[in-house]
Write a protein that binds this ligand. Structure first.
Ligand SMILES: Cc1cc2nc3c(=O)[nH]c(=O)nc-3n(C[C@H](O)[C@H](O)[C@H](O)COP(=O)(O)OP(=O)(O)OC[C@H]3O[C@@H](n4cnc5c(N)ncnc54)[C@H](O)[C@@H]3O)c2cc1C
Length: 389
């Protein structure tokens, strides 16, 4: 197998190209957008993903472009801590931290590991035809590209997935999510990532730089609900009026035209991830709700597994091994993320009270097991790298 084409230069597509290069394969990436400008404000890169990035030589650049998180707290509006993760201890255990980073900086750090000519922007893939030898991709500018293997990393709405397997039914999570970057001194937040739960809305935030705070705010609402784009900030300030400092300050310090909104969706595990010479990766294969901060991390894990299997065996066997390794894990993470989203937005006060009591009393051993399952990269068979300093 010589020519690999990747459709989509998001976190999954870029990491796949880097991983393939580390095993001696050169892959061209076709990206619909005219330039690499990821949608979304910030992102948390957890230790499982950082371990893969360390193996691919991207750890230092990503860590330097973001902020290390030492503590993650879920709190009520009144300030009760429902759950706390000692991320500094997790870093000791897994060798890598959680990094809070602007999406643009993460994508830049990944793209910097690839020769510029490999990424071709302005190429929206419309579909693919496959034959015995490989695949022909068709783009919206009328051009075509030929490849022996195609990795469809074109996100939750994947045109390739829908054209090959039929339309996927997305499941709306019942929540729409507002996101932004507040231009404010982030010193008081330190290295803490906080999430505060209200009744129909919650908000999570952390520093992404000395003068930048990333926040994301899921709100229970019917699918397709849109706030007035001119008044969105004022409306969010109303919704979050009862939330403690610094929530209102963060919302106030975010430029209105930079507040983005995404309805939260996932989909049920797909029966298959590949057909012929085409394989799905990242959100195209297993989009999940963001409640565990793992969607991008799972795309990064996918990239490593796919590339290492391709290096190990013929492409048919590699695609089978990749799907067999990745499907159970991503299905588990997606289900767990969906459950947390539902629990976080309970509206009945009795149910909320019970939830809060259970969360504050969760034995440390159960929490440790859950964290171990998320953050450990033992299943990835990564080469040993020097731990982060
Ligand atoms: C509110 C929110 C918060 C999140 N927070 C986190 C977090 O903290 N941590 C975490 O790990 N994950 C998080 N995620 C999930 C994460 O954003 C996704 O899982 C991740 O971006 C998936 O990467 P991807 O490369 O598979 O897809 P995408 O990031 O969607 O990239 C797909 C790329 O393909 C391109 N493309 C699309 N169609 C075509 C086409 N037809 N032809 C060519 N190119 C195309 C797109 O332009 C894009 O560049 C969050 C998600 C949301 C919605």
């Amino acid at each position: 197998m010589t020519r690999v084409a990747i459709v989509g230069a998001g976190i999954g597509g870029l990491t796949t190209a880097i991983a393939l290069r580390s095993f001696g394969f050169e892959a061209a990436i076709y990206e619909a957008a005219p330039a690499l400008a990821p949608v979304g404000a910030g992102i948390w890169v957890p230790p499982n993903a950082m371990q893969v990035l360390a193996a691919l030589g991207a750890r230092e650049a990503v860590a330097a472009a973001g902020v290390r998180i030492d503590r993650v707290q879920i709190r009520t509006i009144e300030g009760t801590v429902l759950q706390e993760l000692d991320a500094a201890a997790a870093r000791e255990r897994y060798g890598e931290p959680i990094i809070s980073i602007l999406r643009t900086r993460l994508v830049e750090a990944l793209a910097a590991r690839l020769p510029g000519h490999l990424v071709q922007p302005g190429k929206r893939c419309l579909g693919a035809t496959h034959d015995q030898e490989g695949v022909t991709l068709r783009f919206d500018d009328g051009s075509e590209a030929r490849a022996d293997l195609v990795v469809a990393a074109d996100g939750i709405h994947s045109a390739l997935r829908n054209s090959l397997f039929g339309p996927t039914s997305l499941r709306y999570a019942g929540q729409t999510c507002y996101r932004g970057i507040a231009r404010m001194a982030s010193g008081e937040l330190g290295h803490t990532c906080a999430e505060t739960w209200g009744t129909r809305c919650r908000i999570g935030y952390s520093a992404v730089g000395p003068d930048e705070v990333y926040w994301f705010a899921p709100v229970s609402s019917p699918a397709g609900t849109r706030l007035d784009p001119v008044r969105v900030k004022a409306q969010l300030l109303d919704m979050y009026a009862a939330f403690p400092h610094p929530v209102r300050l963060m919302l106030s310090e975010t430029p209105t035209d930079r507040i983005i909104q995404t309805d939260l969706h996932d989909f049920a595990p797909l029966p298959r991830w590949s057909t012929g010479h085409i394989v799905l990766l990242g959100d195209a294969a297993h989009a999940m709700t963001p409640n565990l901060g793992q969607g991008g991390a799972q795309a990064i894990e996918d990239a490593w597994v796919l590339a290492s299997e391709l290096a190990r065996q013929d492409w048919r066997g590699a695609l089978e091994a990749y799907e067999a390794a990745r499907k159970p894990r991503t299905s588990w993470v997606a289900a767990a993320a969906r459950r947390i989203g539902q629990i976080a937005h309970l509206e009945n006060p009795l149910a909320q009270g019970l939830r809060n009591a259970l969360m504050t009393r969760t034995p440390a051993s159960i929490q440790r097991r859950h964290v171990q399952r998320l953050f450990s990269a033992e299943h990835l068979d990564l080469p040993t790298t020097a731990p982060a300093t």
